[in-house]
Design a protein around this ligand. Structure first.
Ligand SMILES: Cc1ncc(COP(=O)(O)O)c(C=O)c1O
Length: 367
């Protein structure tokens, strides 16, 4: 179904016809009305961005509005940056960051793959992040660490351009919406193939690489779907534009392997563990496109989206989320929210009221 794109489809303008502005410290660049656009009622493509007070930028806690860069920053021109998407949940034990060190390990690996020397260790970034959450007074938030080549030199071998590191945190609901988590989304196989390991590095979470995901996401959103599914360069199923994919085939869980150009998702690894602990067989193997239509159940996993069932692909009806998806989703939600004893070691608790991490970071920043 094609979108009926209006004159202000992204909700940039307010009732007076002006840009939404920052009056209430919220940005509303992408609040797409649902039913008018023919998408599943209750599902929006993206959500208003809510500002926090402070951002950690090159070792300092600075006001949100002052965390800026020079327009000649290298990363802005060539996409030379690496980043992470992490979530902190409000649990009984306090704010808890899900698999914090695993995400920061991936950040470090992505940086290494693109020859970016991080000026901070993962431990320093972790400490700064926890202090940032404390100082912003947040209990649940999305966490976006970013390292990029900054201002100082242009050209493709700009080794003297400094590496800037930032961490931002802000409250952010489920990326594909809470309704999607309950009833599933409609997805379409993209005409764009996932980046190939012959030309880029699918294992890295690198800024420039996301142009590929953006092409796929935009195509699917413009066509009225909630998400895109990309095939790899060989034509096998790879992943969503920002999520890994799982299928239920004859009662077993199947997911594409590392060699299918996937990002090694932290949620994917966690969900595989949860599924195995629940007694399901999990198989990593190539998946043919038609299997998407023949599957008993399909779901996506990612930090932003969490675990989202898929109820329709390319107009093939899969139906409401099935029992296996439901069971795994419920257990996974328990793990995220600190309700599952067996997965408590996945949580990095933010001790509210301590300033130890702040001390460590200011030392690191001035070293
Ligand atoms: C392209 C892509 N694949 C998969 C994922 C899922 O990864 P994770 O579970 O670590 O968030 C993401 C999100 O980071 C992504 O951007």
């Amino acid at each position: 179904m094609k979108n009926a794109v209006g004159r202000d489809p992204w909700g940039l303008k307010n009732a007076a016809g002006r840009g939404a502005g920052l009056e209430d410290r919220r940005w509303t660049p992408f609040s797409m009305p649902d039913s008018e656009n023919g998408v599943h009622p209750g599902v929006r493509h993206t959500f208003p961005m809510e500002q926090a007070e402070l951002i950690w930028h090159n070792g300092e806690f600075v006001p949100w509005e002052e965390a800026t860069v020079h327009v000649l920053s290298h990363g802005l021109h060539y996409g030379t940056g690496v980043f992470e998407g992490i979530r902190c949940y409000d649990t009984e034990r306090g704010p808890a960051i899900f698999r914090h060190s695993d995400h920061l390990k991936r950040l470090e690996a992505s940086a290494k793959l693109y020859y970016l020397d991080l000026p901070h260790t993962p431990e320093e970034i972790a400490g700064a992040t926890k202090e940032l959450i404390r100082r912003n007074g947040l209990r649940a938030c999305y966490i976006r660490p970013l390292a990029f080549r900054g201002y100082g030199e242009m050209g493709l071998y700009a080794q003297s351009a400094p590496i800037e590191v930032t961490v931002a945190v802000w409250p952010w609901g489920a990326y594909l919406g809470d309704e999607s988590k309950k009833h599933g989304i409609r997805a379409a196989v993209s005409s764009w193939r996932r980046i190939s390991p012959a030309g880029l590095i699918p294992h890295a979470k690198a800024s420039g690489q996301y142009l590929n995901s953006i092409l796929a996401k935009t195509e699917s959103a413009n066509a009225g779907y909630e998400e895109a599914i990309l095939l790899d360069e060989r034509g096998f199923v790879c992943e969503g534009s920002g999520e890994n994919i799982f299928l239920v085939r004859e009662g077993e869980l199947v997911t594409p392997p590392h060699t299918a150009s996937i990002l090694d998702g932290v949620s994917r690894r966690s969900v595989m563990q949860v599924a195995r602990d629940l007694g399901y067989t999990v198989v990593e193997r190539d998946v043919a496109r038609a299997e998407l239509y023949l599957a008993e159940e399909v779901f996506l996993t990612g930090t932003a989206a969490e675990l989202v069932p898929v109820r329709e692909i390319d107009d093939h009806e899969l139906g409401e989320p099935g029992e296996i998806t439901r069971r795994i989703q419920a257990k996974y939600e328990d793990a995220l929210h600190g309700r599952a004893e067996e997965y408590l070691d996945w949580l990095d608790i933010v001790e509210v009221g301590s300033s130890d991490d702040a001390g460590r970071i200011s030392t690191a920043a001035t070293a």
